[in-house]
Design a binder for this molecule. Structure first.
Ligand SMILES: NC(=O)C1=CN([C@@H]2O[C@H](COP(=O)(O)OP(=O)(O)OC[C@H]3O[C@@H](n4cnc5c(N)ncnc54)[C@H](OP(=O)(O)O)[C@@H]3O)[C@@H](O)[C@H]2O)C=CC1
Ligand SMILES: C[C@H]1O[C@H](OP(=O)(O)OP(=O)(O)OC[C@H]2O[C@@H](n3cnc4c(=O)[nH]c(N)nc43)[C@H](O)[C@@H]2O)[C@@H](O)[C@@H](O)C1=O
Length: 314
């Protein structure tokens, strides 16, 4: 097992992207560790700006880096903001990884995504299937940027001996998600749509695509716990998938959300909207071998997420 105990205690730990869904969960999780947490607002340091990143790292010199900042969104955001998804994500990865190396960071974790695997790779998706076939077109720019980040971490490890690791999360959800009606991921989109349909007594709700794609969903606090676990125990150039190892069709998932929200009307499917990858189930056998598994069931995770969403709507 490619493990190595890494001591977090007493270290200065930078969470890049601390205001995002995952970054905020990492901040919650790290509150249980004896670390000096470091964050910086993007108005002060835009991570696409090489000079600003190099200057800030040179002054602050964090010992540990969780790289959870990225341009992120659902299938429509990825498919339409293609230039931003490739430019922002390559720039953020390049600047932060290089600055971490230049300033002697002891360890860095790069967050990739399950969309780096080929569209039609064998299921469940094994870590070694990266770069074995064509990508899903709707998120190819984002996936290419994420693959660049993974390859940077790997190259800095092999050339400079940096302890940089990469993890591949499945589709994530939870408190602090983006609820934009067009640009969000499916979980937030459906919580919002079913909730609005319930309060307006709408008779029908439209779900995008055919309802047949399968997705795996991981609650964000489980994701943060897995990241901290791997930061402390894992050290190897190989990627590690982070997921539950279970998936569900979008049609079944829509039913789960509707039931939790309390929407009782009809559900219809809009086949003119993109389905994206037909299936994206992660092989989590490595993660299990490294001593971690997800704890929050989909039902419980959606209940918690809906509860966190409600005050936003009054
Ligand atoms: N959500 C998901 O389903 C999945 C996410 N991931 C990965 O997990 C990580 C976190 O995603 P998630 O928390 O969902 O995304 P969010 O959109 O919720 O958060 C992204 C964070 O990155 C920050 N950020 C973006 N661009 C910049 C920039 N130019 N300069 C400084 N900060 C910037 C944002 O800052 P601000 O808030 O100030 O805008 C925000 O804090 C990403 O690497 C993503 O690719 C991987 C798989 C699935
Ligand atoms: C995390 C992952 O997220 C993106 O990939 P994706 O898995 O396709 O993400 P998604 O959550 O947007 O959609 C999942 C499925 O759900 C269906 N779907 C139904 N109704 C809605 C709906 O209302 N909104 C959305 N967004 N999808 C819907 C939708 O048609 C699709 O079949 C990547 O671009 C990439 O960024 C990435 O890494």
């Amino acid at each position: 097992m490619p493990s190595a105990a890494f001591e977090l205690t007493g270290k200065s730990v930078y969470v890049a992207g601390h205001r995002g869904m995952v970054g905020a969960a990492l901040v919650r999780r790290l509150a249980r560790e004896d670390v000096k947490l470091i964050t910086v607002d993007r108005r002060e340091v835009d991570l696409r700006n090489q000079a600003a990143v190099f200057d800030w790292f040179g002054r602050v010199r964090p010992q540990v880096v969780f790289l959870a900042a990225a341009k992120v969104g659902g299938i429509v955001a990825n498919n339409t903001l293609r230039a931003e998804f490739i430019y922002d994500n390559i720039a953020i990865a390049a600047n932060v990884i290089h600055a971490a190396h230049q300033n002697g960071a002891e360890k860095l974790m790069f967050l990739g995504s399950s969309c780096i695997y080929p569209k039609l790779a064998a299921q469940p998706l094994r870590e070694d299937s990266m770069l074995t076939g064509p990508l899903e077109p709707t998120n190819e720019p984002y996936a290419i940027a994420k693959i660049a980040g993974i390859k940077m971490a790997e190259a800095y490890r092999s050339q400079y001996g940096c302890d940089f690791i990469s993890v591949m999360p499945t589709n994530l959800y939870g408190p602090g998600d983006n609820y934009h009606p067009e640009l969000s991921h499916v979980v937030a989109a459906l919580i919002r749509r079913f909730h609005e349909a319930k309060v307006t007594d709408a008779k029908s709700v439209v779900v995008w695509g055919t309802g047949t794609p399968r997705r795996e969903f991981l609650y964000v606090d489980d994701m943060a716990d897995a990241c901290v676990h791997l930061m402390k125990t894992y050290s190897s150039p190989e990627l590690v998938n982070i997921g539950t190892g279970e998936d569900i069709t979008i049609a079944e998932f829509a039913r789960v959300v509707a039931d939790i929200v309390g929407y009782q009307g009809e559900i219809t499917f809009d086949g003119s909207r993109p389905d994206g990858t037909p299936r994206k189930l992660l092989d989590v056998s490595h993660l299990a071998r490294f001593g971690w598994r997800a704890r929050t069931s989909l039902d419980e995770g959606i209940r918690r997420t809906y509860k966190a969403y409600l005050p936003r709507d009054g």
